[in-house]
Design a protein. Structure first.
Length: 372
């Protein structure tokens, strides 16, 4: 996989995925927040590392999170029954992800310029400080995080006297939004409005001076057509082109796509093993299946749109049958779905652009009237 999709400016991505489980015997199972159900539930929690480049994406590492409740002496028998290695100690998800990222960086198989994380990791200063030297991060944050705006709007400046919420900057009309096509999605352009300014973090590197200006960073805010607002901080240099920051904003999404594909089509969440070894072996098999289908998708890309994972899976299953009729039907089905998806894409794209233009016209008339 590293040979197939690795690029110098690729991104290592981090995310968690939870698996609801009943009972108390499965390794690492505990009542904790479960993303799959959206509430406190009985589940296992995994920390996953993905990789994204212009060529493709995939999952490259994972580890099962072991809650602190499993690590006491009173649970030694339960750990032994689940074959948990003796050297496994309690570590937070932040610590586990940091360890895996540094190991991947040291191995050198997956070249990467960026690390992309959601707000669960992006709000942790300890995690961001633990990243390998020279690696840039694009970290989602929450709307209630505070930063120090610059008193100068361009280049290096002086931090403002008081910190403010990033949501206040999003609503500040003195800092205008810019309409952009962030990326091309399966339903046409992902049109958003963005504002991007230099700010200072709200504490220093050593974390000892809380509430004081720290590192100089990019604050990247994007508002989508449905009104949803996303906030992110990046340690990219001040002269980083906006196009590069926009690319970084979209490079974390594929890890979500990985979870969707692996759970819907490859059985990531369909397992009955209770042991530490069994859980990690199952995930390894899912990774290998996903990698194999990625290779199929890339091989058939030349001259045509890249296959979706379900399309690649259809071709593989037909080839396993070794029936000419099954293979012919599979090819016809894939050919039809590519044509259908293309027609749907063009229709959605036209509609999305028309809706956005209609939404923007009143704003354009107002700004023109007042000479903005």
């Amino acid at each position: 996989m590293a040979v197939s999709i690795s690029e110098d400016d690729g991104m290592i991505t981090v995310d968690g995925s939870d698996f609801p489980k009943k009972g108390k015997c499965s390794v690492g199972v505990s009542r904790q927040h479960c993303g799959a159900s959206g509430k406190i539930d009985n589940c296992q929690a995994g920390v996953f590392i993905g990789y994204t480049s212009r060529i493709g994406y995939g999952l490259i590492a994972c580890i099962l999170y072991m809650p602190d409740s499993w690590m006491g002496e009173e649970n030694e028998n339960r750990r032994n029954e689940c074959h948990v290695p003796k050297d496994v100690k309690f570590a937070t998800k932040i610590e586990l992800s940091s360890q895996m990222i540094n190991a991947i960086a040291n191995a050198g198989l997956f070249k990467a310029k960026w690390v992309g994380v959601d707000s669960a990791f992006g709000r942790s200063k300890a995690f961001l400080r633990s990243l390998p030297d020279g690696m840039l991060y694009f970290a989602d944050i929450l709307h209630n995080m505070k930063v120090f705006p610059m008193e100068k709007s361009e280049g290096s400046g002086i931090a403002a006297a008081e910190s403010i919420l990033v949501s206040e900057i999003a609503e500040d009309t003195k800092i205008p939004y810019k309409r952009i096509n962030l990326a091309e999605g399966s339903k046409g352009p992902i049109i958003a409005r963005e504002k991007c300014i230099r700010v200072f973090d709200n504490d220093t590197d050593d974390g000892k001076r809380k509430g004081q200006p720290g590192k100089e960073l990019w604050l990247y805010i994007r508002k989508y057509s449905d009104g949803k607002v996303k906030y992110a901080l990046s340690n990219a240099p001040a002269d980083t082109p906006m196009q590069e920051l926009r690319r970084a904003a979209t490079m974390r999404w594929p890890i979500e796509q990985c979870f969707e594909e692996c759970k819907d089509k490859l059985g990531m969440d369909h397992y009955e093993g209770r042991s530490w070894t069994g859980w990690h072996r199952h995930m390894l098999y899912v990774f290998l299946a996903h990698l194999f289908l990625l290779e199929v998708r890339l091989r058939f890309k030349k001259g045509t749109p890249i296959l979706t994972l379900p399309q690649a899976r259809t071709l593989v299953l037909a080839s396993i049958e070794q029936s000419k009729k099954a293979i012919r039907n599979a090819i016809q089905h894939v050919d039809y779905t590519i044509w259908r998806n293309w027609k749907a894409y063009k229709s959605h794209r036209k509609k999305r652009i028309a809706e956005w233009n209609a939404l923007c016209k009143p704003c354009e008339r107002i700004t023109a009237h007042f000479g903005f």
